[in-house]
Design a binder for this molecule. Structure first.
Ligand SMILES: Nc1ncnc2c1ncn2[C@@H]1O[C@H](COP(=O)(O)OP(=O)(O)OP(=O)(O)O)[C@@H](O)[C@H]1O
Length: 258
């Protein structure tokens, strides 16, 4: 189910502006890969190319290859909507559907995929909520609005919604930046569990978080305002944090800039 991703010479544009230049890297299946780097270096932009979300913007354009177990996501015969179904995304701010119940939030994607039987939906919703470590807290209030949960619970609800449709990859764009430390730890524990089943990519500004949750870390940087973001290096997280190859990585990790 979990798949690996290989990116080859990827350039990402907003109109004429090249925001990310020449990224080539592999992302292992069933592992957590963290993207780190200073603000504006293109981490989120690059992340959104991995499930073809970038091109939702009219000015969004990509060239290069993103291979999911060897198959190019940008092949002209590939349906971008199908890509977004197999590569799920969790955003910075928890964004449950505000008027929907907790149950319906998790069931929404399943219903879109044609699952109609109540008993089947109940099974999958329960499994997804358990997978997101939220079941115990919400099992007696499934018919209450998702918007009534705490921020940390809402983010776990969004993770449950994302995993309910059994994606092959889960992309997370600073999933803890709006959360308190306790909720952050709950999400980090969850990420460590989910990697047994999913390929996970997480953008984070928090060095400790990258060190705690990821197996591999990719450092991106920009030469200056208006310059494109570039991948500087990617390696095992332990190596990146103890003996990176590039001086810029060491400077960033040790807090000398960014
Ligand atoms: N919708 C947009 N239209 C035009 N340019 C954009 C758009 N979104 C982002 N950019 C530009 O693309 C570059 C990369 O931005 P991006 O948000 O990907 O960086 P980031 O590393 O994720 O930053 P941060 O850590 O602050 O979230 C920046 O120069 C940014 O201004």
């Amino acid at each position: 189910m979990a798949k690996r991703i290989d990116v080859k010479d990827l350039n990402v544009y907003y109109g004429d502006f090249r925001a990310v230049e020449g990224v080539t890297m592999g992302i292992d299946a069933r592992s957590v890969t963290a993207f780190i780097g200073p603000s504006g270096c293109g981490k989120s932009t690059f992340l959104r190319t991995l499930n073809r979300m970038h091109e939702v913007l009219p000015i969004g354009r990509v060239d290069g290859e993103v291979l999911l177990d060897g198959a190019d996501l940008y092949d002209k015969n590939v349906d971008p909507v199908a890509v977004r179904r197999t590569i799920g995304m969790v955003f910075q701010r928890p964004n449950p559907f505000p008027t929907m119940s907790i149950f319906d939030n998790v069931a929404a994607g399943l219903r879109l995929n044609g699952m109609k039987k109540k008993s089947e939906l109940q099974d999958v919703v329960e499994r997804a909520l358990q997978g997101a470590n939220l079941w115990k807290e919400v099992k007696d209030r499934l018919d209450k609005p998702g918007a009534g949960l705490s921020g940390g619970q809402q983010q776990r609800l969004c993770i449950a919604r994302a995993i309910a449709v059994r994606p092959q990859v889960l992309l997370m764009d600073e999933p803890c930046s709006a959360l308190d430390p306790i909720s952050t730890l709950a999400i980090e524990d969850l990420i460590s569990e989910l990697k047994n089943d999913y390929t996970i990519v997480i953008v984070t500004h928090n060095m400790q978080q990258a060190a705690r949750v990821s197996d591999r870390t990719a450092f991106f940087n920009i030469a200056g305002t208006g310059a494109p973001g570039k991948l500087i290096e990617v390696d095992q997280t332990a190596t990146m944090f103890s003996s990176p190859r590039e001086q810029a990585t060491e400077d960033y990790i040790s807090g000398r800039f960014g």
